[in-house]
Design a protein around this ligand. Structure first.
Ligand SMILES: [Zn+2]
Length: 242
């Protein structure tokens, strides 16, 4: 069982110490980690694990029945043993890009829900570009420009972003209809990790996020396409704030 230490609000930590629970040629399990495991439309963190007499690159991170497996390549030295101490170093640039992208996704999803009543049916974040699928939606070019403009207005307001674990019943009461696929989260998951953009958005989410909206930069929507009868896909990139 690995403690996911970036929860509830430590998305800025990229260097840490932990203890090995299991080590194989393919992966290392620690008692706790700050590496983000792939999920929720966000790719895994990458980075390095170091221990006395060895090191390895972390190239993929996945959860497996409560464990977080750090998949390793380019190992130097012998495998560590259970009980050994390791130092973890998360690739800071990749982490920062994913944080900015994921918070931008929440902002765009909120704008579209408020102005067009469309839910976020899916999303995929990358370090350099991201996409969101909305339904039911049928956007014009003018709609897309309006979404971009309103998202950037929100970002410029530089609202505080907090992450915290909340009792499930509070989340069910506070989250807006259409802002969360709460039904898909098993009932036993309680508390839930919530990402809140002060006075703007409240959404259960396990991803890594910026601490302040101004850190996102500027959203530029690069593409819109229809994905079926009432689904619209928007793609965006981030640019530095002007
Ligand atoms: Zn999210």
């Amino acid at each position: 069982m690995t403690e996911q230490r970036y929860l509830p609000d430590a998305d800025d930590v990229t260097a840490f110490e932990a203890t090995v629970e299991e080590a194989t040629e393919a992966f290392v399990v620690l008692d706790g980690t700050y590496f983000y495991p792939e999920g929720g439309g966000q790719p895994a963190d990458h980075g390095v694990l170091e221990w006395d007499g060895g090191r390895a690159d972390v190239v993929e991170v996945r959860t497996n029945h409560g464990d977080v497996r750090h998949y390793v390549e380019n190992r130097e030295g012998d495998l560590p043993d259970p009980g050994d101490a390791v130092e973890g170093h998360v690739d800071e640039e990749r982490r920062r890009d994913h944080r900015r992208m994921h918070t931008a996704q929440h902002v765009v999803s909120r704008v579209v829900l408020d102005d067009y009543g469309a839910e976020t049916a899916g999303n995929q974040i990358h370090a350099d570009r991201s996409r969101i699928d909305f339904e039911p939606a049928d956007f014009s070019g003018e709609d897309v420009r309006a979404v971009e403009r309103k998202a950037n207005e929100a970002i410029e307001s530089d609202l505080v972003v907090t992450k915290a674990e909340r009792p499930r019943d509070e989340v069910e009461e506070r989250v807006d209809e259409g802002r969360s696929l709460l039904d898909l989260i098993p009932d036993h998951v309680d508390p839930l990790r919530v990402v809140e953009i002060d006075g703007f958005d409240y959404c259960p989410c396990g991803g890594t996020h910026v601490d302040s909206l101004g850190d996102v930069g500027r959203v530029r929507i690069t593409n819109r396409e229809s994905k079926g009868e009432d689904t619209e896909r928007i793609e965006f990139v981030l640019e530095p704030a002007e």
